[in-house]
Design a protein around this ligand. Structure first.
Ligand code: GTP
Length: 360
C-alpha cells in the first residue's frame, strides 16, 4: 500500500490577507475545496492512506473529509500545537505511518496544483534506489525560488537559496513540493522542534552522502501562494488544463453549480466557476473568475480574474479585475476595482465610491 503525508499547516495557509473566512485549502477551486483535488489525484495514483499534517484549525478539514471513505481513502489528521515547519510536520506524523523502513512514503505540499505523474515519481524513486526523490519543475524566472541543480543522471547536487545575482542562477529547476521519502529517512528528522526540509533536512542529507534524486516533470504546475494564483488555478481546473478527477462535471469554459442562477444573457467564460446558490444577473460578464457559494453579481457587472467570496454582493455595472472580495463583503453599484485590490470579509463599499485611474 502506498501512503502519503499532505502538509496543510504553517503560517501562510490562509489567503493573505484574510479576505476570505475559509482557510485556503478549503476554499472551493472548480467547485470543491481545493484539497479535494490533491486527495483525488493521490487516490488515482494508488495512494490509500493519507495523513494530513496541520498546525491550525484541523476542525475545518475533518467535518468535511471525515475518514476519507467518500474519496476511497483512509484519512487521518494530526495537529501541531505550534507550527513545526515542513520537516517537523513530516516527523510529527511518523507514528501514524504503516510503512516499513524501506517503503516509499509520498509527501505533498498542500498549496500546489500540479499534473505531476505521481506514479512516475515513485517509479523513479524505486529504480534509482534513492533515499529521497523530488519532483522538480522548470520555471522561466527562477529568481523567486530555491534552486535544485542535478547531475547528468538526475541526482541532486545542491540546494541553493534564492539567487541574488544572475551568476547564481545555475539552473532553472526548482523544488515543486512533491517528494518520495524512504520511511527510514523520516525517522531521522529531529522530533519536537521546527525543521525545514528545504533549509535543513535536504542539505543535511546531501552532506551525509544520501542519494537525493530529482525528477523533472514539466507538466502543469502552479504555486497557489497568492489569491491571484488561486483564481488562476481554479480556472485551469475548470478548463481542464490542470488535471483533476475531482472537478464536478465535464471540463470546459465554465462550471456552474446546479443551484446557481445565471441570467440567460450573462456571459460566463474563461474557466469561471459559479458556486451553489450564487446569482449572476442579466448582461453580467464573468471571465476567469471564481464566484463562491451564495455570492451575487448584479446585472451589467464585469468580473475578470477575480475571486468573489461566499455571500459577497457585487453591485450593478461594477467592474472587478484581479480583485479578491472577502466573504460577505458588499461592493455597491458603479465601482471599479482593479489590480490586486482586496476587500476584507464583510466590508462595505457604497455605490459609486471607487474608480481606478493609473494616470498613465
Ligand atoms: P519550511 O520548509 O518549514 O521553512 O516551510 P516553507 O515556508 O518553506 O514552506 P511553504 O510555506 O512553502 O509551505 C509548503 C507546504 O508546507 C504548504 O502546503 C504549507 O501549508 C505546509 N507547511 C509549511 N509550514 C508548515 C508547518 O509548520 N506545519 C505543517 N503541518 N505544514 C506546514
Amino acid at each position: 500500500m502506498t501512503e502519503a503525508i499532505l502538509l496543510v499547516g504553517g503560517k501562510g495557509t490562509r489567503l493573505r490577507p484574510l479576505t476570505v473566512h475559509t482557510p485556503k485549502p478549503m476554499v472551493p477551486a472548480a467547485g470543491v475545496p481545493f484539497l479535494t483535488h490533491q486527495l483525488a489525484r493521490a487516490r488515482a495514483a494508488g495512494v490509500e492512506h493519507i495523513v494530513l499534517a496541520t498546525s491550525y484549525l484541523a476542525e475545518v478539514f475533518e467535518p468535511y473529509f471525515g475518514d476519507g471513505s467518500a474519496l476511497g481513502l483512509h484519512l487521518e489528521y494530526v495537529t501541531e500545537e505550534e507550527p513545526l515547519g515542513t520537516g517537523g510536520a513530516i516527523r510529527n506524523v511518523a507514528s501514524r505511518l504503516h510503512s516499513a523502513p524501506g517503503d516509499p512514503v509520498l509527501i505533498f505540499n498542500g498549496d500546489i496544483l500540479t499534473g505531476l505523474d505521481i506514479e512516475a515519481l515513485v517509479d523513479t524513486h524505486r529504480t534509482t534506489g534513492a533515499d529521497v526523490s523530488l519532483h522538480l519543475t522548470k520555471v522561466a524566472d527562477p529568481r523567486a525560488f530555491g534552486l535544485v541543480p542535478t547531475d547528468g543522471t538526475g541526482r541532486v547536487t545542491a540546494f541553493l537559496e534564492k539567487p541574488q545575482t544572475p551568476e547564481e542562477i545555475v539552473t532553472d529547476q526548482i523544488n515543486a513540493g512533491a517528494y518520495v521519502f524512504n520511511r527510514s529517512v523520516i525517522d531521522t528528522i529531529p522530533a519536537g522542534r521546527p525543521v525545514s526540509v528545504e533549509r535543513e533536512t535536504f542539505p543535511g542529507l546531501l552532506e551525509s552522502g544520501a542519494h537525493l534524486q530529482g525528477m523533472v516533470d514539466s507538466t502543469y504546475w502552479l504555486d497557489l501562494g497568492t489569491p491571484h494564483a488561486f483564481v488562476r488555478g481554479s480556472a485551469d481546473l475548470v478548463l481542464g488544463r490542470a488535471p483533476s478527477p475531482a472537478v464536478p462535471g465535464r471540463c470546459g469554459d465554465r462550471l456552474v453549480m446546479d443551484t446557481a442562477e445565471v441570467a440567460p444573457d450573462a456571459k460566463i467564460t474563461g474557466g469561471s466557476a459559479v458556486g451553489p446558490r450564487a446569482r449572476i444577473g442579466a448582461g453580467a460578464r464573468v471571465d476567469g473568475s471564481a464566484v463562491l457559494e451564495g455570492a451575487v453579481v448584479e446585472p451589467g457587472a464585469r468580473v475578470r480574474d477575480s475571486l468573489i467570496g461566499a455571500g459577497a454582493h457585487i453591485g450593478a455595472r461594477t467592474v472587478l479585475e484581479g480583485a479578491v472580495i472577502g466573504d460577505g463583503a458588499r461592493v455597491g453599484a458603479d465601482n471599479e476595482l482593479r489590480e490586486g485590490i482586496r476587500v476584507w470579509c464583510d466590508a462595505e463599499i457604497p455605490a459609486a465610491s471607487v474608480r481606478f485611474s493609473s494616470d498613465q
